[in-house]
Design a protein around this ligand. Structure first.
Ligand SMILES: Cc1cc2nc3c(=O)[nH]c(=O)nc-3n(C[C@H](O)[C@H](O)[C@H](O)COP(=O)(O)OP(=O)(O)OC[C@H]3O[C@@H](n4cnc5c(N)ncnc54)[C@H](O)[C@@H]3O)c2cc1C
Length: 394
């Protein structure tokens, strides 16, 4: 059987691994951590909902067959010319490689952003952000510096808006816990584009704005950040805002290892793939999820989403089995299931398979999509284990 190596255990890598395991095909999955985390929900524990343990699952609990090898290692270099991967645990040869290494923040060259802003992209960064806010708020009594109670979120896409929704509920709780002046707490979202959540229609965007503003969030669209200093943001208008918490959610690009390896890439560093999600440069390499530059049926590059990563992972697993059986590969078609944005614990907005939804039903649909994902990973066992945790502490 072919030696298949999968890089990254996010949505794309896990989908490939789960499907291969179910088909009885052995593989090696390389990931930085021994667990898979739920990236699309990271705003929840970052903003104080539930505990961090509930947002990850050990890889061995999902991939239980001994023939599925799991290697906890950090990929340091891709050598597609030699069909090898270099990790901090040594080098690995492969017959077929699946690259699912996710993304890195896109800072758009804004000076000081990388050095001075926090990000939300992994379980570790979510925990870091959570602890930073709590520590900063808790220390306000020491010097009564109001910048400690101001939180700036750059970017009003899904990540930035969902994070605002969680923080709008958690920050007042912190105020009560640490006896802080509620009127001094400011949660400000800064977005260069003219509107929030560009993937939703205007009515849903307005609804999201109304809900967040009613929770005290200041949404400043058409407001470009031009520089970030330690604890200070400079705006294009010349205004400066002092804040001890600055978070950047304004964009992502592919993992830099891809460009460094010599793949043909788009301006976001994603490797160009054909209709089978196969690299156009190396036919034994498949690239999926946020790492892939896949041109959709509308002629535009597919935006980076968890649902696209998962669907690509499933298709690549099928294509690897087809290769193994001497059958033709099948092209990938993205099935857009829609977008749901939570706006705190109880309400949300979105559109699912073309049907618009808002308020409590949207939040319930988001909960439903979590359950569906857990079911896919590990059936009833996984669902009852994780849902039990969410229910007890949520
Ligand atoms: C807060 C938030 C909310 C979101 N909400 C939604 C949503 O509602 N709907 C939606 O469709 N999308 C959403 N997204 C986007 C979605 O999470 C990503 O598009 C998706 O995770 C991409 O999947 P992936 O498999 O390409 O990469 P990832 O899921 O990021 O997985 C990459 C994996 O590779 C590992 N890795 C990275 N580098 C290395 C290395 N050098 N060595 C070893 N391992 C490595 C990482 O640890 C990780 O496990 C959201 C993102 C965030 C941050």
């Amino acid at each position: 059987m072919a030696n298949i190596v999968i890089l990254g255990a996010g949505y794309g890598g896990m989908a490939t691994a789960v499907a291969l395991e179910r088909s009885g095909q052995p593989f090696t999955l390389i990931n930085k951590h021994e667990y898979h985390y739920f990236t699309t929900l990271l705003h929840e524990p970052a903003g104080g909902r539930n505990t961090f343990d509930e947002y990850s699952v050990p890889l061995r609990e999902v991939l239980r067959r001994p023939s599925s090898e799991i290697l906890k290692a950090t990929v340091q270099e891709l050598r597609p010319q030699d069909s090898k991967v270099i990790t901090n645990q040594g080098e690995l040869p492969y017959d077929y490689l699946v690259i699912a290494l996710g993304n890195a923040p896109e800072y758009f060259g804004i000076p000081g952003m990388q050095e001075n802003a926090l990000v939300l992209r992994s379980l570790d960064t979510a925990r870091q952000l959570h602890e930073h806010i709590e520590k900063t708020f808790a220390s306000w009594h020491e010097d009564q510096d109001d910048a400690k109670l101001r939180v700036l979120i750059g970017g009003a896409g899904l990540t930035g808006i969902e994070l605002c929704g969680e923080l709008a509920e958690w920050l007042p709780e912190l105020a009560a816990q640490y006896n802080l002046p509620l009127d001094k707490i400011q949660l400000i979202n800064l977005e260069a584009a003219p509107s929030i959540l560009p993937m939703l229609d205007e009515g849903l965007r307005e609804e999201a704005q109304r809900v967040l503003e009613s929770k005290g969030v200041q949404l400043r669209t058409g407001t470009a950040i031009v520089k970030v200093n330690p604890n200070q943001v400079e705006l294009k208008s010349g205004e400066t805002l002092d804040a001890k918490t600055i978070v950047w959610t304004g964009g992502v690009r592919a993992n830099p290892l891809i460009k460094e390896a010599g793949f043909e890439v788009d301006p976001k560093g994603r490797a160009k793939v054909n209709e089978f999600c196969q690299s156009v440069n190396f036919e034994n390499v498949f690239v999926i999820g946020d790492s892939a530059w896949f041109t959709g049926e509308d002629g535009k590059p597919l935006p980076p989403t968890g649902q696209a990563a998962e669907q690509m992972g499933n298709r690549v697993a099928e294509n690897l089995q087809a290769i193994e059986s001497g059958l033709p590969m099948q092209p990938f078609h993205f099935n857009n299931l829609g977008t749901l944005a939570s706006l705190g614990h109880e309400v949300g907005v979105g559109s699912v398979k073309g049907v618009r939804t808002k308020g409590v039903p949207a939040a319930l649909m988001k909960e439903g999509s979590k359950a569906k994902y857990l079911w896919h990973l590990g059936g009833l066992r996984m669902l009852s284990q994780k849902r039990g945790q969410f229910k007890r502490k949520g």
